[in-house]
Write a protein that binds this ligand. Sequence first.
Ligand code: GLA
Length: 727
Amino acid sequence: MAIFFKDGCFKLDTKNTTYSIKIADYGYVMHGYYGKTISDIDVGYVYPAVKRSYVASVKEDWDMMFRINDAPQEYSAFGGADFRTTALRIKQADGSRAADLRYFSHEIIDGAVEVEGLPHATENGCENIKTLKIILKDAATDVFVNMYYTVFEETDVIARFNEIINKGEESIFVEKAASLQLDMQCSDYDFITLAGAWAKERHIKRRPLSVGTQGHSVHCGTTSHQFSTFFALCDKNADENVGDAFGFHLVYSGNHKTEIEVEQFGNARILTGINDEGFSWEIKQNDKFTTPEAFMTFSGEGLGQMSRNLHEFIIRHIFRPKWHNVRRPLLINNWEATYFDFNYEKLVSLAETAGKLGIELLVMDDGWFGKREDDRTSLGDWVVNTEKLPGGLERLAKGVNEKGVKFGIWMEPEMISEDSDLYRAHPDWAIAVPGREKTIGRNQYVLDIVRDEVKQYVIDAVSCVLAGANIEYLKWDMNRYLTEVYSLSLSKDNQGEYFHRYVLSLYQILDAIITKFPDLLIEHCSGGGGRFDTGMLYYSPQIWTSDDTDAHERIEIQRGTSLGFPITCMGSHVSAVPNHQTGRVTPLDTRENVAYSGTFGYELDITALTDDERAAIAEQCAFYKENYNLINNGDYYRLLHIPGEFSSWCFASKDKKEILLFCVQLQSGANDGNKFVKIPAADKNLRYEEAETNQTYFGDTLNNIGICIPYEFGERTSFSRHFKAEK
Ligand code: GLA
């Protein structure tokens, strides 16, 4: 059993972790502990028990030992005696912003609970999943908070979300509602975020927590290129293999905010959820507001195990079951091969060459519709350009399929170009504040999908394209942020709901498309990796990681992304040299060795390569297919990494009998020494043979000495090694 309750205490156990909660004095629901498995159910002794002056705004008759201002709580509210940044802020019916949440009741539910209207973790056939629901009530009003904790025992993950319910007669407005609060009685941790910019997404940034509030917030309407919805905390000496590490994800694709406040006594409060900046949500009588889900894991074995817990969890509980353990097609995308300059003949010739090399899917990117010869026109006019593609999509899909290759297509359904028939017919469908100039981004505006008729147009337009030909794959792009948000469908008091309503509408659209086309594989994309989050992974098991396809730079991007996301969701392609983003020239085998760690594919004109290059590509395709299971379903380990100089990583089968290692030397110095790559993934009781050299090693030798990388001249050289346990 994963959830225990005794004498007002809850103990939530996963395979290797415990999370403790206690209903304490005055009905406050307090946090006790989160970390490695412990045996006690009641850990109430951890609550602060020192007398302090000038801190506690407690009521006169209260025990001075109990102060809500430094008590670790499960869900804190603004407006009372807790002066830290709080999880919930409500504008009550009387205009006050006070709330005081106390225990009301609880229930233990079998299985996971649906987060209405939002992507969320599901059971997907796994047993031993239980949910604890604790209901809190405001001491003075009929506002209730349902807190849900779903315990995924096998994957060491706890998922959480909250519902705010108004049972009072008049409307209240939620101004802030975090998805997850975790109050830790310690702040001696490093804080890790994945930060970046367009073409520089998700680089690992690690810094010690320090007094005050630290974190990040995003208000561009999407997840953003700048900050991820994933973050972590870890011991200061934690590395890939040792130390405590906590990983957190918000299952959401819009404005988000993560705050970690280290307060006066050294405690840390962690909050993550929808960004409250500009947010306000009306809850009418008997109605509710549901926060997005967040989930967290704990590893006592460093960041590597933290990532592996999250990888396994996302694959098993966030991806739709349809995409569990299914080999997805090896693809070629024509974007960097042709940009807008293509026609029927070009695409079919790409498909023909692709088919011969073992590539299984051709994705036709931007430029196939309306009058789109560049990025200034036609978004919203999802009608094929028959000058480029005579016979339309049906003929093209047929032509591609005849070469033994599947056909996929690019769309950017949330957008509208000023120069489009759609805009000429419905200029008011673009998001805008009446009377205010609209900001343009990549020459386009965003459709107001909060309006029902616009949302329906998008569903119909996408459905019509997909139904018109044998399209097995959709690259769903989104190439600008939201500005001047406002909807004619919302009253002036409800405009603060806009950003969240946009995300809810997007999810409704994706749900509708998936319901109509259950076999369609969707790859998400947003100017590369601008909406790379577990919300989108619920609808599409792969996301284009970055518009930067340079193998050298991809190493940091993919390594950073791997901290929170499984390899099997990261779009990564071999592209042309000199690279289009950096001008760098990287050998083909290194481009391939880097791109293998993701949804492998190509993004270059394979018809223009030499015969030798094409022969190499055919071998690469065969290699990837042969090792698909190991790469996509195996355990991933980040290994020796010297930024800008050397990087290595490996995949191990679940039984550890097979290990696939990749090493890239980015640059060499004169007269350098040898390097040793230790492989913690090896089982110390097994003896392995390295397929390429026939050298054998015991697992503990690989764990402790590792393999030797001899000093060698050269930049951006690389190799892979395959270790198999002897029978
Ligand atoms: C974005 C995507 C690219 C490509 C272009 C097409 O930049 O990230 O992969 O699809 O749009 O315009």
